[in-house]
Design a protein around this ligand. Structure first.
Ligand SMILES: *Cc1c(COP(=O)(O)O)cnc(C)c1O
Length: 404
């Protein structure tokens, strides 16, 4: 089947795998091997020279991992993909690849905490500087470009405030300056947003989240629009830095990925119901969800995202104490970071994922002490809402008792 003729729902199940080449096994086999043997010394020489195709050593490529890479390249509209041992391994690979000493990286106003940590290390050690700026209009992006800027690195929606980056504007400005665009697409998954299709150069994912969806793998994927460049990356930064994905994790990911579209539909439908419920709660001060008509960038969300996704942040009346009390009053909903799992998860950004961000910067980013982030799972929406209802009742009663 031609690439363009296979829809995403079919590609996540079939792309990149031919059972005839694997003893007719319906499921992709797990090639749990570190190395591959050559029939002759000459064959080994040819493979190393790149004259013949074939496996050499699993850090340079593994048949199970390759199926996942081909599948991901296809569903993200790229020409090549590389799998890594974590989302952060893919972030570090692309940043090492794109930068040299004294370059500048322009970032969206919010980026994943460890990505920020990596950029701080790069600044300290190699003088590679970075700025975090709002990226809504072309003008503000243009104004932040420096002569030494080599790439624009963005996440959208931004965690946990769901602020959006205007991808079209970012790509326009980057093209004008001949610089590269990297999008961390973890929050959306390929089901909601395809930045390569819009003209970005690289898309990466923490495969730990929606791609796997079952909370049992840490992994990362980097997809690029240029197949030759991705092969070059495979044989340089990936091979030599070495943060590869294990065959077993790729095998689990292939299983998880098969239901991406089915799971995303349910995450989104459940999120819609929880959103409606939260909108009716007097204790909820503010809600952050891209496809909520009250979101300041609702129009942009409709333009660049297929749907709103499975993450909802909301602010309660009160401060940290009220937020923690509310979390402790939940029972079905688990207190945990990460996202995109079957289980509904709640976390408190100010004391968890964003605890390292100084309070003043947190406030400037809109992360108050009473902000909570929900990753809506696949349970019955009635049960999720019942758990939230019970927590609102319990915390409200406690507040009333304290008044008396
Ligand atoms: C989790 C996450 C990462 C890091 O991925 P790991 O798999 O934990 O290394 C990067 N970016 C975003 C947006 C994430 O949510």
């Amino acid at each position: 089947m031609e690439k363009s003729k296979m829809s995403m729902e079919t590609a996540v199940i079939h792309r990149g795998y031919d059972s005839a080449k694997h003893h007719d096994s319906l499921a992709t086999p797990l090639y749990q091997t570190s190395t591959f043997s050559f029939a002759t010394a000459e064959e080994g020489e040819d493979r190393f020279a790149g004259n013949t195709e074939g496996n050499i050593y699993s850090r340079l490529g593994n048949p199970t991992v390759r199926v996942l890479e081909e599948r991901m390249a296809d569903i993200e509209y790229g020409e090549g993909a590389l799998a890594f041992g974590s989302g952060m391994a893919s972030v570090s690979a692309i940043l090492i690849y794109l930068t040299k000493a004294n370059d500048h990286v322009l970032c969206s106003r919010g980026i994943y905490g460890c990505t920020f940590g990596l950029l701080e290390i790069m600044e300290e050690k190699y003088g590679i500087t970075h700025d975090l700026v709002s990226m809504v209009t072309e003008e503000e992006i243009e104004a932040a470009i420096k002569p030494e800027t080599v790439c624009i690195y963005v996440e959208t929606p931004i965690n946990p405030t769901m602020e959006l980056v205007n991808l079209e504007a970012v790509i326009k400005v980057a093209n004008r300056h001949g610089i590269r665009v990297v999008v961390d697409n973890t929050f959306c998954s390929p089901y909601l947003q395809n930045p390569l299709k819009m003209g970005a150069d690289f898309v990466l994912h923490s495969a730990t989240k929606y791609l796997n969806g079952h909370g049992d793998v840490i992994g990362g994927i980097l997809v690029g629009k240029d197949g030759q460049e991705m092969q070059h990356l495979r044989m340089t930064v990936q091979k030599d830095v070495g943060g590869i994905m294990s065959p077993f994790d790729a095998w689990l990911l292939l299983r998880g990925l098969k239901t991406l579209h089915v799971r995303m539909d349910r995450h989104i439908a459940n999120a819609g119901k929880v959103l409606q419920f939260l909108q009716q709660q007097p204790e909820v001060k503010k809600i952050f969800y891209p496809m909520d008509a009250s979101h300041p960038q609702y129009d942009l969300a409709q333009k660049q995202m297929a749907k709103g996704g499975g993450l909802i942040s909301f602010e309660l009346e009160g401060g940290k104490q009220e937020a923690q009390k509310f979390m402790n009053a939940l029972s079905l909903i688990k207190i945990a970071v990460s996202l995109g799992d079957a289980e509904t998860l709640i976390q408190h950004p100010a004391s968890m994922t964003h605890a390292v961000v100084p309070e003043a910067s947190r406030n400037a980013m809109g992360i108050s002490d009473s902000l909570l982030r929900l990753s809506i799972g696949l349970e019955a929406s009635d049960d999720i809402i019942a758990d939230l209802t019970a927590a609102f009742e319990k915390t409200a009663t406690k507040a009333k008792l304290q008044e008396i």
